[in-house]
Design a protein around this ligand. Structure first.
Ligand code: ADP
Ligand code: MG
Length: 318
């Protein structure tokens, strides 16, 4: 099929009263609701680097959108609109049908409208630009952690990295655990509701995409503070913990990526309110450390011994 058949057939215009001009013109026009600021982010996924060639198109679409929605969640923003730029080696109708079906299903789930993009021939690459709304003046930044804050993380960390090692043949997990880890890697669930409910509770936040230790480091650097992190508190599927080497688990949890959980800091006095918000959003949260005045990240095991990490996370140019 041609580029224009693709746009006509699959990139249907959705109903959205705040889109004044959608797909079909040179650019889109949107109107944020009164009382909201706009919040922008973009994330790219490249074949061979972020996903395998064999990945199912429906899983790929899920992930391309989810990683972008997760950036909105980390800001406490409500995702509203996306632009999708993509390079395809060829326009295969069945592949695109599965991809777009999954993409639009996910967009409906979050109330997101596709308002434009670009399509070209090339090795498989996707870039989504996402636009969200934030109540005027609010937004969860990396630079606002305060000394004495608790450090929290949502859901669980390390399962996606375990699945990646499974795909790479480095480990073999029992079937049930393998399926659960694969789902975390292929179909991450961005924590939008939790992010929004943290707007008036958390000091600093970010999503965990490149490994917990490295991502926490970003908050510490931006805020000019340090932290203690307690590895025995890091949340993970108990069945995974029980069937792997402690060392592997630690590596996945601290240096693995692709979790798309929220990492945030908040005053001790708000513990109960944070637990209540977590309950309402049906998203578990766990306290995993403490913000300190002295800079640097100190990681401790269950016995209180400090752990040194040689590799703190994923860097594409390492
Ligand atoms: P232009 O020549 O301005 O780049 P195009 O002919 O490439 O416009 O695209 C026509 C319309 O289709 C535009 O509104 C553009 O935003 C939209 N579009 C093209 N590719 C995509 C895509 N992959 N996803 C969403 N919208 C797209
Ligand atoms: Mg174009």
């Amino acid at each position: 099929m041609t580029e224009f058949e693709f746009i006509r057939t699959f990139l249907l215009s959705q109903q959205d009263g705040d889109v004044l001009l959608g797909i079909g013109d040179d650019a889109a026009i949107v109107r944020p609701r009164t009382g909201y600021d706009l919040c922008f982010s973009s994330d790219m996924l490249v074949l061979g680097r972020h996903f395998f060639a064999e990945v199912a198109p429906a899983d790929l679409a899920h992930k391309v959108l989810a990683v972008n929605v997760s950036d909105m969640a980390a800001m406490g923003a409500t995702p509203r609109w996306v632009l999708l730029s993509a390079a395809f080696p060829q326009l295969d109708k069945d592949w695109l049908k599965a991809f777009c079906g999954s993409l639009f299903e996910q967009m409906r789930r979050y109330g997101i409208t596709l308002i434009g993009g670009d399509t070209t021939r090339g090795d498989l690459v996707f870039n989504i630009t996402i636009i969200g709304e934030l109540p005027c003046g609010l937004g969860l930044k990396r630079s606002s952690a305060k000394v004495g804050d608790d450090i929290w993380v949502s859901g669980s960390v390390g399962m996606a990295a375990a699945a990646l090692d499974g795909y790479l043949g480095k480990i073999r997990l029992p079937e049930k655990v393998w399926q659960a880890c694969k789902t975390k890697l292929l179909r991450p669930v961005p924590r939008v509701d939790l992010g929004k409910s943290l707007l008036n509770l958390a000091h600093a936040a970010q999503d965990v995409s490149d490994g917990l230790a490295q991502d926490l480091g970003h908050i510490l650097d931006a805020s000019g503070v340090g932290a203690q992190l307690w590895t025995d508190q890091l949340p993970v599927l108990p069945d995974l913990r029980n069937c792997v080497e402690k060392r592997d688990l630690l590596k996945w949890q601290l240096s693995g990526g692709d979790d798309y959980e929220l990492l945030f800091t908040a005053p001790e006095a708000l513990r109960n309110q944070i637990l209540a918000a977590s309950e309402i959003c049906a998203t578990p949260v766990t306290r995993v450390g403490k913000i300190l005045a002295e800079t640097g990240l100190h990681i401790f095991d269950g016995a209180g011994c400090e752990i040194r990490l040689d590799k703190m996370g994923f860097d594409h140019f390492d």
